[in-house]
Design a protein around this ligand. Structure first.
Ligand SMILES: Cc1cc2nc3c(=O)[nH]c(=O)nc-3n(C[C@H](O)[C@H](O)[C@H](O)COP(=O)(O)OP(=O)(O)OC[C@H]3O[C@@H](n4cnc5c(N)ncnc54)[C@H](O)[C@@H]3O)c2cc1C
Length: 437
């Protein structure tokens, strides 16, 4: 197992860090990429919730470690609350953060893309040509979209049929299409099967789009074409839709011919096995897999995602490389920002321990997902996890959620908690001073 073999290499690893510093390895032209003498260096690829939070936790836990964060984008729009932007309840600036808070914490921010990992030489190659050395590498590239799994979908189709599953320009595009739509139009949401980012979010999105339509375009409908037969908190969502948006949202399960198998962006048509469905607005969420760097660097297993040691989040396939966030297989943990930050915390603690030659501490993992249904109305799903025989399992067997939704006062309270949670998680991942850009 990677953690155990690592024990043997810790001293050598620290010596290596010092050697690369002293001798300017891996090459004179690359000497600037090597940390100051004696400092261990942790490189982090990907400045989303997982990578950025890990950088901040490492700096807080041990300021002696040199931490560099590699991400091509200076600004990052959060998935959480992006459905509110689509519904016109927030603007995109309110969910966009910059890297200032991370820099102020002493993290070196490298505005570039990692294009290759040389695991044996412990180096990362960047798109701009630089090479950076590491003692430990954290890979947190989020997801990529498997457009080839959905006939007709690709970069061009994503313009007319935005997925909005990576917040930013796609979010704004979908929001603009809803504004431009005629009253009476059909908004189709296509949900993929398989592991995906934030499984409750399509149903939150349907709720918030219905909220917008019920005020602005009340003759319109939301059709959810689902490649699955169940979704999280299904009974509660269904009851709330009947209560808040009667007749406006229709969910079509896979067994009822809900799975979209092909799209034609030119005619705004979604095809299921049963035939064509034309939409005024089509939000097509494609199947997903980890960011491209993960398979390129040999971090992904045959089923596509990245297996990790659950104590340290070190890759089971490549030593000294950790994978956190949506890209990793974290067993029972959902692919969510809260889970990504929780993994980042544990990964940082483990790296600090390993670099010091100590045993990694036991994890204390958790996640919370809020689904906003309307202003001042939200559902929450919380879980805590521990390790059991090397797997991440819920701390308590999850009780089946009640079929009936919580009372409205409780939902209002959960909406306030969602706001608080969002402020806190932005502070944890991107630095407290970055509440607004
Ligand atoms: C509509 C929607 C609503 C959501 N709501 C919630 C919610 O309410 N609560 C919740 O907990 N979660 C929510 N999520 C999920 C959450 O957004 C993701 O789980 C979270 O962003 C995962 O973080 P990550 O760091 O793994 O990936 P990302 O946030 O995608 O970050 C990955 C980063 O890696 C960078 N990158 C990729 N490849 C490279 C490379 N080769 N070199 C350098 N950088 C690279 C990218 O630029 C990006 O900045 C939602 C998601 C969506 C789509």
């Amino acid at each position: 197992m990677a953690v155990r073999s690592d024990k043997l290499n810790r001293r050598r690893l620290l010596q290596w860090g010092a050697l690369t510093a002293v001798y300017g390895l891996p090459g004179r032209d690359e000497a600037a990429a090597v940390p100051a003498a004696g400092k261990a260096r942790v490189l982090i690829v990907g400045g989303g919730f997982a990578g950025s939070a890990c950088a901040l936790h490492l700096r807080r836990l041990n300021p002696a470690i040199a931490v560099s964060l590699i991400d091509p984008d200076e600004r990052y729009a959060t998935g959480p609350m992006s459905n509110e932007v689509i519904a016109g309840l927030r603007d995109i600036d309110s969910i966009t953060v910059a890297r200032g808070g991370v820099r102020r914490a002493g993290v070196e921010v490298v505005p570039d893309r990692a294009v290759a990992i040389e695991v044996q030489r412990r180096r990362v190659r960047l798109g701009g040509g630089a090479v950076m050395a590491f003692d430990r590498l954290v890979v947190a590239p989020g997801i990529r979209f498997l457009a080839d799994r959905l006939e007709g979908y690709g970069d061009a189709a994503a313009v007319s049929m935005p997925h909005a599953w990576q917040a930013g320009a796609q979010t704004q595009r979908l929001a603009a299409q809803l504004r431009a739509m005629q009253d009476g139009g059909v908004v189709a949401i296509s949900v993929p099967s398989g592991l995906m980012r934030c499984p409750p979010a399509p149903y939150e999105r349907a709720s918030l789009i219905a909220h917008y339509l019920s005020r602005a375009k009340p003759r319109s409908k939301v059709l959810i074409f689902d490649s699955n037969n169940h979704f999280p908190r299904q009974d509660q969502f269904s009851a709330i839709w009947r209560e808040l948006y009667p007749g406006m949202i229709e969910w079509i399960a896979s067994t009822q011919d809900g799975a979209v198998v092909r799209v034609d962006a030119a005619t705004m048509t979604l095809y299921t096995r049963g035939g064509p469905h034309v939409a005024a607005v089509a939000n097509v969420i494609p199947p997903q897999a980890p960011g491209q760097l993960a398979p390129d660097a040999g971090l992904a297993s045959a089923h596509g995602w990245c297996p990790i040691d659950a104590l340290t989040f070190e890759s089971r396939l490549q030593p000294n490389v950790h994978v956190i966030g949506d890209a990793c297989i974290a067993d029972a943990m959902p692919k969510a920002a809260s889970a990504a930050c929780s993994q980042a915390r544990q990964c940082a603690r483990a790296i600090v321990a390993l670099l010091a030659g100590h045993e990694p501490p036991q994890p204390n993992l958790d996640s919370v997902c809020f689904s906003v249904l309307a202003p001042a109305d939200a559902l929450s799903m919380r879980a805590r996890f521990h390790l059991h025989h090397g797997r991440i399992v819920p701390l308590q067997a999850r009780a089946a959620a009640a079929a009936a939704p919580p009372a409205i006062v409780l939902r209002a309270q959960q909406a306030r908690e969602a706001e608080r949670w969002y402020r806190n998680i932005r502070a944890e991942a991107f630095g407290a001073a970055l509440q607004r850009t």
